[in-house]
Every structure is written in structure tokens, then in C-alpha cells.
Design a protein around this ligand. Structure first.
Ligand code: SF4
Ligand code: SF4
Length: 401
């Protein structure tokens, strides 16, 4: 494939010092993108404030180039892409391992399972250690078992991991204080985005919106020395789906109008990074254009124009995007784990990753997959954030069951 002029230009950044400036502006080549770096809590690890989420990447050259021009942190998981993502990441980072911070995750339910997965991760990533190893998707205190914490201690002692992490997708404002109190976790990976802000924080103009405690929870955890890595900065990623994507349903015109607003992903990234307690934001990137856009977003400060864009975006995603607050856990009469289902739906709709969404949906228990919202006379789940739960869960069932 012939490299684009943008790529050629970016590749020229290779000659620049690692901690220096990378040039990443095709419209105005004289404009420089300045990398910003932060320190990951008490770990002392230096990370670029924009980190590379590899979950949805299938083009290894994007990862390779990101590492070459100054992105320092790359994140994957044993489970991503049916277990194939780590191998691709390992190949992309060949020869660069010593200068990047590499993380992966386990969903192993026991110490033995987790440690076996770690050995597989190391083999697939072609490395002898991970910088951060997360216990993945721990959304309730009971999920962080002594057995799994022991697995992390064993892995540390064996030199297979440097730091122990926990990733949390729901109930984050409860999980963060819990993990800090437990004192076993060096790094927390948490969902955090503009859809979780309170009115006082800017873009959320709905005075009825529930107050989010996430910004405070992040600040307190960081103050305690825990490294803070965030994910899902784009709040579902809907603005990056191509115009007229049929996945969004009937009102194509309204959707296209909404999606035509440029700058929303960049504003969303800047919103996360304006919180100085966030050490780095992992953003999934699939192609070179997204990488370039995100590098530019990292280099600029959050502005009033960003706040205005995000307020408009909130009006669109309000009834669609699950903030993963966990409030509706166990509320569905039939037993649908609503936030799990809506997260999976986001993979298909927001990230355009239908195969991943289907794979994750099929991992739900059989009795959950058999439920149909259309069989309910009324929905018992009343989302305080205004998510149209019945409509959205039905959508997931229609697409993925
Ligand atoms: S559907 Fe609403 S209540 Fe349930 S987790 Fe999502 S945002 Fe929270
Ligand atoms: S409509 Fe769907 S989400 Fe609501 S109670 Fe019924 S099965 Fe549960």
C-alpha cells in the first residue's frame, strides 16, 4: 500500500528525540503536535497522556507507528479479538518493547486460571513481563477475590509483572474507594467520560441529571498514589461511526446531521485529560487517521467550544448511552444484566465492531440470551440518566441474540 502523505510526514518524526515533539499536521505541516506525559501514580512509570487501546485494532502498522512517534503506553487483554489481539500487539511492538509500557488483563476466575492466562499473554506478546497486569472487569468488591490478589502477588514475585491493576467498568465510584482501601492495587483502569460529569463540570446542561461522583473518586484515588488510567473516553464512540450507518435504525437523516459535527471525539478526549488526576486516557484506535486526530486532541487544551460540542453530543447520546453507573443492577424482573448488554451493544454501534459485540453477547448466560423485552408488558428498569432501557436492550437482542 502506498503510504499517504500524512503517514510519510509522520514517519519523519522518527528522527526526533523520544521525549520531544512529533509533527502530525497534514494541513499545516509547520504546526507541531506536542506530546504530553504524566507519571502513573506511585509506579513512577512515565506514560503519554494519550495511550493506545489495542482492542479494536487489526492493522498492526498503526500500533507500530504510534510507538515510533512517542505514544508510550499500549493496552490489550487476553480476551480481545478472541485471544488474537495480544499476538498482533506483540508483533507490532517487536524491537520496541523496552521503551513502552505494556499492559494486559485476565478474566481468569481463579488464581490458577489467571496465572495460566498470564503465561499465555507473555508468550503471545513475546515478552518476559508485563508492566501492568489487570484483573479485568471487576465491578463489585466481591469480584476482587483473595485468590486473584494472590495471583498478582505471585506474578510480581516471579518478575512476570511489575504492577498490579484492576479494571472496572461499572460501579466505578464505589469500586475506586474500595480498591484504595484494600491497598493491593497499583493502577486502576476505569471508565470515565464527559457523560459522567455533573452539571458543575460543564457540558451536562440537564439540571435533573444525577450528580456523578467519578471526578471526586478519581481525585481521591490518585491522591492515595494509585495510577489512574481511563477508558471509554468517547462515551460510546457514536460520533465516529460512518454516516448513515444502518445499525442506528430508522432516522438516518437525524443521525447523519448529528454525526456531521466534527470535533466531538477530540473534545471528549480533552475533557478527560483536563482532569489532572487522570494519568493517561486509553483510546481505541483502528487506523492512522484516528491516531493523528487523537494526537492532536492530546496536544490541545479543553475549550469553551469543546464544552458546547459535548453539550450537543449529550443531547444525542443521553437516551442511548449507558453511563455504567450500576444503579439498575438486579432491577430487571427477568434478569437482564442491563449494563452488560448495553456495553456490548456499544461495541457494535459505537465502535463498529459487530463481531466483537456478537462474541461478547454470546458469552452471556444462556437464560439471559433467551429473554426478550418484547415479552414484557412494562419495563421495570427506570434509568436515572434517561437511557431508554427497553428500547436499547431490545436493540441488542435484535442485533446480537
Ligand atoms: S442503564 Fe442507566 S441505571 Fe443502568 S447502568 Fe446504565 S446508566 Fe446506570
Ligand atoms: S423490558 Fe427488558 S430490560 Fe425491561 S424488565 Fe423487561 S426484560 Fe428487563
Amino acid at each position: 500500500m502506498q503510504p499517504s502523505s500524512r503517514r510519510t510526514f509522520l514517519a519523519s518524526g522518527l528522527a526526533l528525540p523520544a521525549a520531544g515533539l512529533a509533527h502530525a499536521e497534514q494541513a499545516n505541516p509547520s504546526k507541531e503536535v506536542k506530546f504530553t506525559y504524566r507519571t502513573l501514580g506511585k509506579t513512577g512509570l512515565k506514560v503519554s497522556s494519550l495511550s493506545f487501546g489495542c482492542m479494536t485494532t487489526s492493522d498492526a502498522s498503526v500500533i507500530e507507528r504510534a510507538a515510533d512517534i512517542g505514544v508510550l503506553h499500549f493496552d490489550t487483554a487476553r480476551s480481545y479479538q478472541g485471544g488474537n489481539n495480544e499476538r498482533m500487539v506483540g508483533a507490532a511492538l517487536k524491537g520496541k518493547r523496552q521503551r513502552v509500557v505494556l499492559s494486559s488483563k485476565t478474566e481468569g476466575a481463579t488464581k490458577a486460571e489467571a496465572l495460566a492466562q498470564l503465561d499465555t499473554s507473555l508468550r503471545e506478546l513475546a515478552t518476559d513481563h508485563l508492566d501492568i497486569w489487570y484483573l479485568h472487569m471487576k465491578n463489585n468488591p466481591g469480584d476482587v477475590t483473595d485468590d486473584l490478589l494472590e495471583a498478582q502477588r505471585i506474578a510480581k514475585q516471579a518478575g512476570k509483572i511489575r504492577f498490579a491493576g484492576v479494571s472496572t467498568h461499572f460501579n466505578m465510584d464505589r469500586m475506586l474507594p474500595y480498591l484504595v482501601k484494600l491497598g493491593q492495587t497499583d493502577v486502576i483502569l476505569t471508565t470515565y467520560n464527559f457523560a459522567m460529569q455533573s452539571v458543575a463540570e460543564g457540558a451536562n446542561t440537564d439540571p435533573q441529571a444525577p450528580k456523578s461522583n467519578m471526578t471526586a473518586a478519581i481525585r481521591a484515588a490518585r491522591k492515595a498514589g494509585v495510577g489512574i488510567v481511563t477508558m471509554k473516553a468517547l462515551a460510546g464512540g457514536v460520533s465516529r461511526v460512518g454516516r448513515g450507518d444502518r445499525l442506528y435504525g430508522a432516522d438516518q437523516r437525524a443521525l447523519s446531521k448529528q454525526l456531521s459535527q466534527p470535533g466531538v471525539p477530540a473534545a471528549a478526549i480533552r475533557w478527560v485529560l483536563k482532569n489532572e488526576s487522570v494519568d493517561t486516557a486509553i483510546v481505541c484506535m483502528t487506523d492512522h487517521d484516528q491516531l493523528d486526530d487523537n494526537l492532536r486532541a492530546m496536544a490541545e487544551l479543553f475549550s469553551p467550544a469543546d464544552a458546547s460540542l459535548l453539550a450537543k453530543q449529550m443531547a444525542y447520546i443521553g437516551p442511548r448511552y449507558c453511563r455504567m453507573c450500576g444503579t439498575c443492577g438486579g432491577v430487571c424482573d427477568k434478569g437482564v444484566p442491563v449494563s452488560d448488554v448495553l456495553r456490548v451493544l456499544t461495541y457494535a454501534e459505537g465502535y463498529g465492531q459487530f463481531a466483537l459485540a456478537r462474541e461478547r453477547y454470546l458469552q452471556l448466560p444462556e437464560h439471559v440470551r433467551a429473554i426478550r423485552c418484547e415479552d414484557c408488558a412494562a419495563c421495570s428498569v427506570d434509568c436515572p440518566h434517561g437511557v431508554k432501557v427497553r428500547e436499547r436492550v431490545s436493540r441488542a437482542q435484535e442485533m446480537l441474540a
